[in-house]
Design a protein around this ligand. Sequence first.
Ligand SMILES: [Zn+2]
Length: 257
Amino acid sequence: MLSQLVRVNPDLNLEGPNSSTRTLVLGSNGLLRMLFPIETVAWHKAIELVFMQRAVVVKYYGNLLVRSRYFATLAPAVIRMNKSCKISNTVPHYSYPNLLIRDYNQCQYCGSVPKTVDHFVPKWFTRIMRIIEDGKIHILQDMEIASDIIVNLLRQPLTWKNASCICEELEPTLLKFDFSKFPALPLNWENAVAACKNCNAKKGPHSIGSAEVELQYEAPYAPNSSHMVGNYLHVHQANIPPVWMNFLQKSLRVANR
Ligand SMILES: [Zn+2]
């Protein structure tokens, strides 16, 4: 039964959630029987979504109590977003835990356990992208930076998909310039991959074509909910809260159709 946060007795002898407690977020296409997972969020983020009336609670963790000064409730285990969405084009928000799920908790260069996020598209290039997006091309031209390359760059759509190829062309000329005063674009699905410290250090500021390391897995991509559910099961098979299983299995049946 769907519900808002329910009040419970604050004196219940139950533990609180910890920093690894997560909530499964479901989307729907408008029909309640077509629920499917979108992503997982920290339990406190789930409570915030319910308070903001953007989601409702579907299942609670029966053994985890959340207490505030005036209110006590059980930690939400599964919530459903109120706004309907399509399973195929729901992109989970970019975050480090979600990145690890997309990348199967493996360094994308050597397969070991990742501890860092690598800027697959080098930071210096994202700075150029930002300058171009802000319409400040003259800054680059004033610096007499390979203006013919920049003119070429502007002829093609500046998407993340072709950014890495463009980088390889620009890198020998531009790597020596100091772009540090321009902010880099934040990490997102298409410019980040999970990496171990060793490979991240080896890759440094280089694009993939000229770096010492090679990408062994998929190029970074924005996953949809079906990718994330499949990858989550693969990575965390032993740690999936039992209360999620019914929703994960249902969603896989939907996603595989
Ligand atoms: Zn590695």
